[in-house]
Write a protein that binds this ligand. Structure first.
Ligand code: AMP
Length: 483
């Protein structure tokens, strides 16, 4: 097996990696690092959580140590574009961590939502690495705070998200300012046609590296849906929080207003939570995220956009308070809980209007999400909700943990087979009984299906992927699902 020492990385980098306790490169790292060190352009198809940041940061840092140049004033040698402030912050933190023994190494962060002046100052003397969101970068360019014609390496991270978020024109404008002789490292979780086109226009004879389709993340998560009346959702959330053993809970709402309402509702019932969304200041968002990461805050309410790029390990539960109308968002949301290699639990509340979203999601992930704990309105409920033909089931506890219901692959009745599968949200790997339990036969079918389904934009080459925890080793090879 490859070791980090096999790549020929400079000693200060290896020292930092040892301190970070990184022992074995992840699949995306094993594939990307030698290629990037050789100076080639790379298209990496990988999700966040696979170690892709180090996959591009390490060869870049090596390049900076071996080709020592003083950056010119108001310029950067490496430009990393990322779609969100949070992700950008994490990337710059990673460069600082892996590059902590490289001196000098100036890493600047240019993100919106915070005053620009400090960023202007940080670029005045030139920097080795600039990590930026596209909008703020262009503002800085327009203010002549930075010029981009010295960029030796460009990284485009989460290209598909960039596209979703409407950054495509900004990216094209930025790329037009760069010199042609540069190295470009391009990462995306999915490769729909538009992304392929964008990559073609930016890359020079790239080497393509890919790890796993998104589907395998889904397979590791115990998913269930609770059919409910809209009006019963606040009480249902309380029930779930009371009945589940949770470590960190990420609750998704569709709107910012909805997120704030959930926070208030929880507060009334004695649950401390906080929301992050676009209306919050950068400082507030950072504070809330730090509290969530440290465990001070156990319940975080987020909208899809705000949650992008959140890198928090140990999320035991994702609760979809509202179902997303874009099926891919569902995958991104629930993927937050499996990222540290642990299996996670994803519970979705589905009201009648959302039934159509649920169908779209199930079609995309090719899994029928088991239903449990159907929830009637708060009044005496004799009404048959009739949802999905399962009306009239006895009302169950939404959580249902530890009720000894089967968790095996049998089921097939749409009932919550996976309840109680994990005694504690922090359960550490290796517990096979903790696997999500959609019907066993389903998984192969799923893999098969996702291979055929090119329209979903998922990569077809199925590799393996290792999801990681921040300070540990690669913990689980999700590629075990299909061979
Ligand atoms: P990323 O996909 O870049 O967001 O990385 C996910 C997590 O994995 C981060 O918390 C990294 O610190 C961690 N990580 C990255 N590479 C390794 C490695 N080779 N060994 C252990 N942890 C790693």
């Amino acid at each position: 097996m490859t070791q980090f020492t096999d790549f020929g990385l400079a000693e200060p980098i290896l020292r930092a990696l040892a301190e970070e306790k990184y022992e074995t490169p992840t699949p995306i790292q094993s594939q990307t690092i030698p290629t990037a060190l050789a100076g080639r352009d790379v298209i990496g198809i990988a999700q966040t959580g696979t170690g892709k940041t180090a996959a591009f940061a390490l060869p870049i840092l090596h390049h900076l140590t071996t080709k020592r140049l003083r950056p010119e004033k108001k310029s950067c040698r490496v430009l990393v574009l990322s779609p969100t402030r949070e992700l950008s912050g994490q990337i710059s933190d990673s460069f600082r961590a892996y590059g902590r023994h490289i001196k000098p190494l100036a890493v600047a962060l240019a993100i919106g939502g915070v005053p620009i002046n400090r960023q202007v100052r940080s670029l005045a003397h030139g920097v080795e690495v600039l990590v930026a969101t596209p909008g703020r970068l262009l503002d800085l360019v327009n203010q002549r705070a930075v010029t981009l014609n010295q960029v030796e390496v460009l990284v485009l991270d989460e290209a598909d998200r960039m596209l979703d978020m409407g950054f495509i024109h900004d990216i094209k404008r930025v790329v037009a300012m760069l010199r042609k002789e540069r190295q470009t490292l391009f990462f995306s979780a999915t490769m729909p046609q538009e992304i392929t086109k964008l990559a073609d226009s930016m890359l020079n004879d790239p080497v393509r590296v890919a790890v796993t389709p998104q589907a395998s993340t889904v397979d590791r998560i115990a998913q269930r849906v609770i059919h409910t009346e809209k009006s019963a959702k606040p009480a249902l959330l309380i029930d779930v929080l009371k009945s589940e053993t949770t470590d960190r809970v990420l609750v998704f709402t569709r709107t910012k207003h909805g997120a704030d309402k959930v926070v208030k509702g929880l507060e009334k019932n004695g649950f401390l939570s906080a929301a992050i969304h676009g209306n919050k200041s950068q400082n507030q968002r950072e504070r809330v995220l730090a509290d969530f990461k440290s465990g001070k805050l156990r319940i975080l309410i987020a909208t899809d956009i705000a949650a992008r790029g959140i890198d928090v390990d140990g999320v035991s539960h994702v609760i979809n308070y509202d179902l997303p109308n874009v099926p891919e968002s569902y995958v991104h949301r629930i993927g937050r809980t499996a990222r540290a290699g642990a299996d996670g639990i994803a519970i979705s509340f589905c009201d009648q209007e959302e039934g159509v979203f649920l169908r779209d999601i199930e079609r995309m992930i090719r899994i029928t999400i088991p239903a449990s704990g159907e929830r009637q309105p708060h009044k005496p409920a004799v009404r048959n909700s009739g949802n999905r033909g399962q009306g009239g089931r006895p009302q169950q506890n939404g959580g249902g943990r530890n009720q000894g219901r089967g968790n095996g692959g049998g089921g097939g009745n749409g009932r919550p087979g996976q309840n109680g599968h994990r005694s504690h949200g922090g359960g550490n790997g290796g517990q096979n009984h903790g696997r999500p339990n959609h019907q066993a036969g389903h998984q192969n079918g799923h893999a098969q299906a996702s291979r055929q389904d090119t329209s979903s934009g998922e990569p077809n080459d199925i590799g393996t992927v290792t999801f990681l925890q921040r300070s540990g080793e690669p913990r689980r090879n999700a590629g075990h699902r299909t061979r």
